[in-house]
Design a protein around this ligand. Sequence first.
Ligand code: 6PG
Length: 383
Amino acid sequence: VPLLDKGDLIIDGGNSHYTDTDRRDAALAERGLHFFGMGISGGEEGARRGPSMMPGGDKKAYLHVKPLFDAISAKVNGDPCVTYIGPGASGHFVKMVHNGIEYALMELISETYGLLKNGLQLDNAAIYDVFKQWNAGRLHSFLLEITRDIFAFKSADSDGLLVDEIKDEARSKGTGKWTSQIAMDLQVPIPAIDAAVSMRDLSKYKALRVQLAALSPDPAGTKKLSDASVDYLTQLEQAFYFSMVTTYAQGMHMLYHASLNFKYGLELDQIAKIWRGGCIIRSAFLDDIYQAYHKNNALEHLFLDPTVQASLQENVSGIRSIVSAAIQDGIAVPAYAASIGYYDALRTGRMPSNLIQAQRDYFGAHTYERIGQEGVFHTDWTV
Ligand code: 6PG
């Protein structure tokens, strides 16, 4: 800061917490300096060949950097994967939600691996074929593409694959956790992302897991999935598609509410558009998300888009079968289960939550509201 002149611009291209960005933005504005909190996604390949970039900050200053950002970003059909996101910390906020979606998609792929390996008893070559086939169809995405390649990558130290020699304890740098924490602050449900964060944490309890694995046998008398047919793989593809849609929908719903709450003025179609290339969550489905919000940028929830709603209904039987079978067979699928649970709860016109209000009022006089009557009520439930 002491080396800068008024009107200079600082760009923070890291994964910063949005509250730090807000603080820096305000402090630098006082000194007449511009600040951009810019989320950048794409890993090492993105750094070399063009990432997806999410700059937030002063709109006037953006005009100075726009040509530079446009030039270095990834391109999809000639369109740069960068757009002005909004004021203040909006760029870092959007990148954080990108990472929350990334965590859930990775968890879903990892649960799929568990179903293929421990349920269907497929070997690595067959698992490679499944991911290859998925990536060649409507599920086409960067994360499935790298997963396919991981299932062909030989170990330098043995005849097997490197993936089998990696410890099953997943690490993280925290952006997924921030997404869950802030979603809870905003009271926006994102259960698939929450499940992904929890499962990374659970994976670290290796010694406890090994101890409990010896104590708790697999469910007795259930049908192992090893004899499952092509039907099972079709249902699994549907389950993944359904959960992928649900995951993006949860992230977009969080952005919708964050935009209202923080006055970011987010254009959700433009965000979907710049995620179509360069970033870790890029996928064919992002084009459908772009189309949905482009038709209606005030869309409250992706599930309300008629095309998306129809595709959920087409694929829901697959996820119901997969989650039921997985639970019967004792295979953990918390992100898949969270996806169907979220869908079912959201399409419940009258939830059983009236009972929670009754309980709260019973034990704590927290009051409740009544159907068709104004005001709040309290009852002495013990008389
Ligand atoms: C990206 C990634 C990147 C992130 C890594 C690691 O969009 O390029 O999201 O920003 O640092 O994915 O994240 P974890 O260590 O938390 O898994």
